[in-house]
Design a protein around this ligand. Structure first.
Ligand code: SF4
Ligand code: SF4
Length: 181
């Protein structure tokens, strides 16, 4: 199956650099995926939908946001298709296209996480949680788990010192400039 010009398949092949036309649906990727149980379409089905140009179905799926980028599927694929990279590509295309995500909190968490890295150069978990909760307004969800983590010393009250914030900001700025061209 070769991608036709302007098709969703050619868009994903070009952006990811992966020859997903080679997929013959052996399903090894889905069989090894640790979060397949939470997905609305399985990794092998994502590949099939792309081959059939089902753009909306793929970009609005929960799957592309639930994928934890663990690379198990990429290692298992007999055709060396890097499915994790394709998932990452699909997230990027979905954001740029303004498609309503199938999972609302996960993309929001991604954006809060990246904003925190951009402004401070590293994550302070407590500030990250507070910023995320302020946006979701769901203050009680996972509160018990947060308290447990705090008591075990996994969440610190104050951020630790980090000297590389300026360099990280420069990386973000140069990337944003390149994207704007
Ligand atoms: S493991 Fe590779 S060939 Fe098999 S279904 Fe998944 S992507 Fe296709
Ligand atoms: S990279 Fe994503 S799709 Fe692949 S096995 Fe891991 S969680 Fe599943």
């Amino acid at each position: 199956m070769e991608p036709t010009q302007n098709s969703f398949l050619s868009e994903v092949v070009q952006a990811s650099g992966e020859k997903l036309q080679a997929c013959y649906q052996c399903q090894k990727c889905s069989a090894g995926c640790p979060v397949a149980y939470a997905m609305d379409i399985l990794p092998n089905q994502v590949i099939r939908h792309i081959q059939y140009d089902h753009r909306e179905r793929v970009l609005s799926s929960k799957t592309i946001w639930i994928c934890a980028s663990c690379y198990t599927c990429s290692v298992r694929c007999p055709n060396n298709i890097d499915i994790a990279k394709i998932m990452d590509t699909l997230r990027n295309i979905a954001i740029r296209s303004g498609v309503k995500p199938g999972e609302k909190d996960i993309p929001l968490f991604h954006s809060v996480f990246l904003d925190a890295i951009k402004s401070k150069g590293r994550i302070h978990e407590l500030s990250l949680i507070l910023q995320f909760k302020t946006k979701t307004r769901d203050f009680l969800k996972d509160a018990a788990l947060g308290w447990k983590m705090y008591r075990k010393g996994k969440i610190k009250l104050f951020p630790s010192k980090f000297g590389g914030g300026k360099e990280i900001q420069e990386i973000f700025n140069s990337f944003e400039k390149r994207e704007a061209k």
